[in-house]
Design a protein around this ligand. Structure first.
Ligand code: B16
Ligand code: MG
Length: 217
């Protein structure tokens, strides 16, 4: 690929192990509605905005709701998610190898940004104490188009002043990998390569990543 000048990181499921709490809250919500979701279905919810998740879930359960009802369901899910955040999430939820990799790429002059669909990203970043590792943060409050639209990553690239072709995106979601590719960026999937099969390649953990491996791309 072209010279790498920036790394853009998705947050939930890439930097921090928070996807399980989104899944628990969505599952709890569907059970109040008389059905349930499994981990395979949850792959469709990863990286997608809260309102799009509600539409996908209602379609899956064969239910129709008014906009007010959907807003109330989204608020309930978010309340449960935030309860998990308050009671269960600590800096230990930052995935192994993440901080070392961030420090290493920063020391080599590579810019770093977060590109997250989550409106809760500012709260989590604060709680996890990781803000200083990034030159820019784009979250769900700053964008209007959900992944797979590339808006979140293009905005991140713009804020750090790097062209898309010089950016590497790290993503754990099918929608996020598509967003990165739609934005003309190189994409490293974090997770199962059979699920993230549109990524340029996949890693399981940041313990596998370092500056030399990045330079070899
Ligand atoms: P919120 P990411 C995404 O964050 C999560 O993957 C997804 O599960 C969640 O529904 C979405 O944020 C919206 O989050 O309800 O907190 O605004 O992976 O893009 O960092
Ligand atoms: Mg994610």
């Amino acid at each position: 690929m072209a010279e790498i000048k920036a790394c853009i990181f998705d947050m939930d499921g890439v930097l921090v192990s928070t996807e399980i709490y989104h899944f628990k809250a969505w599952k709890r919500l569907t059970e109040t509605l008389g059905f349930t979701i499994d981990e395979a279905f949850n792959e469709n919810l990863k990286g997608v905005s809260r309102s799009v998740c509600i539409d996908l879930i209602l379609k899956h359960g064969g239910l129709a709701k008014t906009q007010d009802e959907k807003d109330a369901l989204a608020a309930q899910k978010n309340q449960w998610f935030l309860e998990y955040v308050q009671t269960e999430i600590t800096p230990k939820n930052v995935y192994p190898g993440v901080i070392d990799f961030l420090k290493e790429v920063q020391s080599r002059g590579i810019k770093t940004a977060i590109g997250s669909a989550s409106k809760n990203a500012p709260l989590l970043i604060e709680k996890l104490g990781i803000k200083s590792y990034f030159n820019a943060i784009v979250d769900g409050n700053m964008i209007t188009k959900a992944k797979p639209n590339p808006e979140v990553f293009l905005k991140g690239a713009e804020l750090i002043g790097v062209k898309p072709e010089n950016c590497v995106v790290f993503e754990d979601a099918i929608s996020g990998v598509e967003a990165a590719k739609n934005g003309g960026m190189y994409c490293i999937g974090v997770g199962d390569s059979t699920i993230l099969n549109k990524a340029d390649f996949c890693i399981h953990s940041f313990t596998e990543m370092n500056f030399d491996r990045l330079s070899d791309l």
